[in-house]
Design a protein around this ligand. Sequence first.
Ligand code: ZN
Length: 160
Amino acid sequence: MPQSWNSLITILSEITRNNLESSICCPHCSNCDLHIRWGFYSRYLFNGELINIQRYRCDNDQCSHKTFSILPHAFLPIVRTSLCMLMYILKMYQHGCCIADIARNTGSSWPKIQRWIIRALSIREWFKKEYRKDSPCLLPVSRWSSFTQKFSWAFYPKRL
Ligand SMILES: [Zn+2]
């Protein structure tokens, strides 16, 4: 893990940008051939830059869903932070950093850091149950799609 918050943000934004066009398969029916580009939505990179995420229309007749998008590593569903950022903050906190210090270090607000610590703790606990190990900062790109699906089911079941 990089030493400073700013280099972490830079690296994560770079990883995410590079993963925008990874292999494209419908997460609902696993078909990788029958889809067309179908608009996009925007998300902010961790460094504040706005990028477009491609949406696809799945043309498999058997598929239960109509459209899908592939969330690039290291984006998480709905959550604006990344696993690495959450684990970084949690580590600082558990090494005795107070919330005000972490907020100053990361250029964030006190309430935001407090929210992130609570979220980091619950993600770490869930990850231990689900995968029987500590939450990693980054996962292999090939496993990102199944990971983010499990993550959504666990934390945002109503949004699916
Ligand atoms: Zn499909």
